[in-house]
Design a protein around this ligand. Structure first.
Ligand code: GDP
Ligand code: CA
Length: 301
């Protein structure tokens, strides 16, 4: 079974760790969000791709949810003490990856090629592709003004309510993304933030078109449990922009793109335009991630 999974960072990576255990990773293509990518201290950082790379190689920090385990912060402390830009947290171990990626990008290697190389070096069998090799940036419109993603999320602590999400750029799909979607037997959308993790992927117009005209089942997993985000601003964004936090509101973010939505037992019943799959969706450990991935796959079979 050939699978394509769309994914953001932390929630996505948690789900993918289970997925690679219940599906053949050699048949899995992960399409990752790059709307959060940011230039920090002269380096190109792709936070969501990194969460996936670290998650699938087991290098991730379970508790923090992002970055690497056993991390130290000496380089960033030096940056701060020298009056440098220290608002974006980059650990010492993590820095090594950003150095390699940035050098490759500067030498003209496309992001998809670098990502593939990093994944192979980390022993990851699944294909990890950025949605695009082009520049794509997520912007948030808030009552306090418009901000690039990381300025809103990290620097301002995603406190500002969001009235709208915009995507800067006219990106083309990265090589092999459309081919993977065309060849897939099933399409999964990880329990990621719909607006700022999945929509930027869908902002690559040919990707959205390929998903809209799919001939195979597409299943999304809701990132909300009982109407609340496990972490982050997804619930507040849905309440404000979609008008609520029920499964119906989550499904409305993927209109025409999914056939089923996996929701939690704690979520309210009510009308739903797509098939509802009810299960336990909190991924407390690897076994829970595996069960959730199995349920999502089963819904797509
Ligand atoms: P980011 O790019 O690092 O912000 O990560 P994602 O967009 O991939 O994931 C963030 C979303 O994951 C949040 O909306 C969380 O509610 C959701 N999430 C995190 N852990 C879980 C979990 O165990 N179960 C479910 N259903 N959602 C989760
Ligand atoms: Ca992200």
């Amino acid at each position: 079974m050939r699978i394509v999974a769309l994914s953001g960072g932390v929630g996505g990576a948690r789900f993918l760790r289970g997925l690679v255990e219940v599906a053949d990773p050699a048949q899995l293509t992960i399409v990752g969000n790059v709307g959060d990518d940011v230039d920090v201290l002269g380096m190109h950082v792709s936070p969501d791709l990194d969460s996936i790379l670290y998650g699938l190689s087991g290098l991730h920090d379970e508790e923090r949810g992002w970055g690497r385990a056993d991390e130290t912060w000496h380089a960033l402390e030096t940056v701060a003490s020298l009056g440098g830009e220290a608002w974006f947290r980059l650990g010492d171990r993590d820095l090594g990856l950003h150095l390699v990626r940035t050098q490759a990008l500067r030498a003209g290697e496309p992001l998809s090629a670098v990502t593939g190389r990093l994944a192979r070096a980390l022993g990851i069998e699944a294909a990890i592709l950025p949605a695009t090799d082009d520049r794509l940036r997520t912007w948030l419109d808030t009552p306090a003004g418009s901000f690039p993603f990381q300025e809103w999320f990290v620097a301002r602590g995603h406190r500002d309510e969001v009235d709208g999400v915009r995507f800067e750029g006219d990106p083309a799909p990265a090589p092999a993304v459309l081919e993977a979607i065309e060849a897939a037997d099933a399409i999964l959308i990880a329990p990621s933030n719909p607006y700022v993790s999945i929509w930027p992927i869908l902002a690559v117009a040919p990707i959205r078109a390929a998903l809209a005209s799919r001939r195979v089942p597409a299943v999304a997993v809701s990132p909300l449990i009982g109407g609340r985000a496990v972490k982050g601003p997804a619930d507040r964004m849905l309440a404000r922009m979609a008008g609520g936090t029920t499964p119906e509101h989550v499904a409305s973010c993927y209109e025409g793109l999914i056939d089923a939505l996996v929701v939690d037992e704690a979520d309210p019943a009510g009308p739903l335009a797509v098939r509802r799959i009810v299960t336990h969706t909190l991924m407390t450990d690897l076994a829970a991630s595996r069960r959730l991935a199995e349920t999502a796959l089963g819904a797509a079979a």
